[in-house]
Design a protein around this ligand. Structure first.
Ligand code: SF4
Ligand code: SF4
Length: 85
């Protein structure tokens, strides 16, 4: 499947522990990445500085759900279930 235009859920809901240009300590869950553009595309797409975790992420029906709201909710729940504490 392809990434849904105007979504950006996986750049908002999950935490990212590796450094991101502009977010040297990574990204907290629920906070939009500073590299997420207004059109919900990644400003670093194709750039070597894009984090490996982002480069490796592929859209899947289970992650992307039926729409942006479903993806945000599902990713937030996954984040809660996988939190170390
Ligand atoms: S959750 Fe899926 S559809 Fe939404 S931005 Fe991420 S990859 Fe694209
Ligand atoms: S670097 Fe790009 S793909 Fe990764 S979280 Fe930020 S906006 Fe999303």
């Amino acid at each position: 499947m392809h990434c849904r235009p105007g979504c950006g859920a996986c750049c908002i809901a999950p935490s990212i522990s590796s450094p991101i240009p502009g977010m040297p300590h990574g990204k907290p869950a629920g906070i939009p990445c500073v590299q997420l553009r207004d059109d919900d595309r990644c400003a670093l797409f194709g750039d070597p500085s894009r984090p490996a975790v982002c480069r490796g992420l592929r859209p899947t029906p289970s992650m992307c759900g039926s729409g942006r709201g479903a993806a945000l909710a599902g990713l937030a729940e996954l984040e809660r279930l996988t939190r170390p504490d």
